[in-house]
Design a protein around this ligand. Structure first.
Ligand code: PLP
Length: 375
């Protein structure tokens, strides 16, 4: 038997420590993808290991209908750190499930069905989230998906205002598009999105699966824009490597959520991991480090790569280097010749999203590698 979904890379990874991964021969790799943004605190962080081990020994799993201290502590921590007045949370196991719930909640709370999503957006691969994802290559073999989804150009407030009407249940948007090529939305656009959805009585859903947990320089990206959506979705780094998703929402959404649930919603072990992750991100000022190191990374890349690349862009430690058609070749060379593991964002962009705990020495290492590969 062999797996058949993800194509395998020829580097058998055995262990991880901080920002580095090690293969079976002991070769070291700088994990500039943070394993798909799933380890904001780096690999093997002691606070997470301790929380998980302690909880595993005490109680591995109990269904969500029984209160459990690890889950309750996580609810409280998320409510404390979410922007007011978001104080309700539903837990699940992945980003697509968090978005699936958000779309269902928006429909149930408004009684409407129309969903508005953005071109180049990515929200996951289950049938509902997939219907709001832009690229046809992800969708075509599985159609028909759920209907009533209108796509609008990203970062275009006028187009959004035209699409949102009284029949709209929700607007789903990434404040910085990840998979779509690392495209940050302007603050004006995000504020306009807040206004038009409020006027229409529709739910504004911020997909913060990739931007959350401090990655863009604030715990939640919406805090940078100074707005509070109706729903924020989170996953990836939420439990620093364990599978967890969360759908955070305002009261009017939570009060009318319909009937939605999941067996593994917030099991004690993943809840303990997520609680320790959120606490460490806050206490260690991880979002501030992401802001400072993101600025340093972007300016060093611009200085080193100059006109050799089309653009360096991003927010915090979610950075894209637009290298043109050679993105896959660059990624291969980075891995095989320079011990740097990065990710693509479409066919033309090298995506850098390291653990948020990296320092200047890590940044210098990746900038040297990018310079060697690109110039
Ligand atoms: N939303 C965004 C913005 C993502 O980047 C992703 C995954 O890359 C998802 C949703 C889906 O998350 P998952 O793969 O955990 O289902």
């Amino acid at each position: 038997m062999s797996g058949f979904v993800f194509s395998e890379k020829p580097i058998p990874i055995e262990r991880g420590e901080g920002a580095y991964l090690y293969d079976e021969d002991g070769n070291e790799y700088l994990d500039m993808g943070a394993s798909y943004a799933c380890v904001p605190l780096g690999h093997g962080h002691p606070a997470i290991t301790e929380a998980v081990t302690e909880q595993f020994e005490r109680l591995t799993y109990v269904q969500a209908s029984y209160p459990n201290a690890a889950r309750t502590a996580l609810y409280e921590r998320l409510a404390e750190t979410a922007p007011d007045p978001i104080d309700k949370v539903w837990l699940c196991n992945s980003g697509t499930e968090a978005n699936e719930a958000a779309l269902k909640f928006a429909r149930a709370a408004t009684g409407e069905s129309k969903l508005v999503a953005t071109m180049q957006g990515f929200h996951g691969r289950t049938m509902g989230s997939l219907a709001t994802t832009w690229k046809s290559k992800y969708k075509e073999p599985y159609e028909p998906l759920i209907g009533d989804v209108e796509f609008v150009p990203y970062d275009d407030a006028d187009a959004l205002a035209e699409a949102v009407d009284d029949d709209t249940a929700g607007v789903i948007v990434e404040p910085v598009q990840g998979e779509g090529g690392i495209n940050p939305a302007s603050t004006e656009y995000l504020r306009a999105a807040r206004e038009v959805t409020e006027d229409a009585g529709a739910a504004l859903i911020f997909d913060e699966v990739q931007t959350g947990m401090g990655r863009t320089g604030a715990l939640w990206n919406c805090q940078r824009a100074g707005i509070t959506p109706d729903i924020i979705t989170s996953a990836k780094g939420l439990a620093n490597g364990l599978p967890m998703g969360a759908t955070l929402c305002r009261d009017w959404i939570a009060e009318n959520y319909g009937s939605h649930a999941s067996t593994f919603s917030g099991g004690p072990v993943v809840s303990a991991a997520a609680g320790a992750t959120v606490q460490t991100v806050i206490e260690d000022g991880v979002a501030d480090n992401a802001a400072a190191m993101g600025e340093y990374l972007q300016s060093e890349l611009e200085a080193a790569l100059g006109d050799e690349v089309r653009e360096v862009r991003g927010e915090g430690l979610l950075v894209g280097v637009e290298v043109g058609r050679g993105a896959n070749r660059a990624l291969k060379e980075l891995a095989m010749n320079h011990g740097v593991l990065a990710l693509p964002a479409g066919r033309t962009v090298v995506r850098l999203l390291p653990p948020l705990t990296v320092d200047e020495a890590h940044v210098d290492e990746v900038v040297d590698a990018m310079e060697a590969v690109v110039t």
